[in-house]
Design a protein around this ligand. Sequence first.
Ligand code: 9MR
Length: 355
Amino acid sequence: MSRIIRSVLIVFLFFPGALAFAQEAAAPAAPFLRDLAAEHNLLIGTSLQRGGLNNPGVRKTAPREFDSLTIENELKPASVSGGPGSYFYIAPDYMIAWGEEHGMKIRGHTLVWHNSVPSWLKKANLKKDQVLAFLQDYIATVVGRYKGRIYAWDVLNEVLDEKGRLRDGKTSFWAETCGDGYIEEPFRWARAADPKARLFINDYGVAVVNAKSNGLYALVKKLLARQVPIDGVGFQCHVAEKSPPNFKSVAENVRRFIALGLEVQFTELDVRIQGEPTPEQLKHQAEIYAGFFEIAVLTRGVTGVTLWGAADPVSWIPGAYNGFGSALLFDDEYNPKPAYFAVKEALGRGRLKNK
Ligand code: 9MR
């Protein structure tokens, strides 16, 4: 063992306070991400799960850096609805109150999603009118409960297939039972329940100009022409470090939706890395993050960017993509990664007036 390493070990062994000091020294300093983003009128968010909030690293990092909180799972219909007239609010109530305490705006996620159909509803064998009656009541009740507290709702989540057409009955319970009948009304019901909440359609694979985002564009245009109260489009942005998007295309795509009079948010950003990350991969990841934030800062009409998780230990990625991880801005010890500093730099650049 080298003499230097030995002396460092001795210092930490006999002076545990020195370890705390070393960790403290590695912690980021003000201004934090939310301070910088606020100068652009841009919300910077994180999603969180109820379990993640038991974690001291999350409790410390999330409210320091982020001023928007997406309830990752606890407001999904399968979590909230226990049967007709039966609702589970304990987890979302707690999370929303916690976010509010820390001056975070709350994003509601989500009202209609083929992957979160209450199990009792699937089994109930209801006809179209009954399914829609449930949905109307559900939206009125849940959006109404949090009226004035949830500033934006993902009303529809992932309703398009890979080609940009509405999902069919094979992949979506809603399409199977209601045809296209569940697309417009949820926006009207949500608007009626909380007129001030911003109402979004959210999807994955739509950040660049491609067949799917063309389909989304056509759908949204049609909805607007039919006076459906839709305020924004969410691009999820789950990206692999090895295959970043073409940012010119992202910028062009964002602009065409904004030109329709809508706001755009990057709602679920993360950049997953395969294996133990190398310094090169972390650098590349940082560049990808910067790419998104540069667009967010420069484009009037981009109103928020949400990271899908506050830090690597609470990311959904390792559970969903075998061998992948390290997708977020903070590492396993909640220390900032190169991506954090790249985001900070992107946010620190060129202030835009009136944004
Ligand atoms: O991150 C979420 C994970 O914890 C859940 O198990 C999963 C299923 O509900 O949903 C994940 O979040 C998804 C989001 O709700 C919609 N877009 C894709 C996200 C990642 O799968």
